[in-house]
Design a protein around this ligand. Sequence first.
Ligand SMILES: [Zn+2]
Length: 169
Amino acid sequence: MSRVSVKALGKTPAGVAAGQCLCGKVQVEISIPAFWAWHDHSRTSRRAHGAAYATYVGCWRSRFRVSKGEKQLTRFTDEASGDTRAFCSRCGTPVVYARGRSSRMVNLPRALFDGRTGREPLYHVAIGDSPEWAYRCEKLKPLNGYPNVMWSGPKRRRRSAALEPDFEF
Ligand SMILES: [Zn+2]
């Protein structure tokens, strides 16, 4: 059976994890196990993903390939850091994060892969950059009338000095 027909059946060769962007135009493969995996709370990754944090698997560049849709990728390089991020120009999914100071490694959003990558994300990088609105494992309860919606309930907020009316004359 050829590799193409194996892919058509939705199967991936042993030792390889396959991932894709939202629209499916870009597909990637890595050899597994990946080198490591982590949660990235940095401001740059937060912006790049439009999410509270991003979870990555890192692997050797030599063990990564774009199996489909290379031309669909658009790249952005942060000139200050030299970091390059590639995303699908059709659907906007972040696909590759390559750090300028680590040219032999590439980092891929864990969410591209439905299956296992051989590494659990055990590490939290730049946790100090995590925004106050990020979910911090608060206890949740069902929201009445909205199936599959949970919430943390009303919060008692201390009034911030910045929000107090200014009565000084
Ligand atoms: Zn896409």
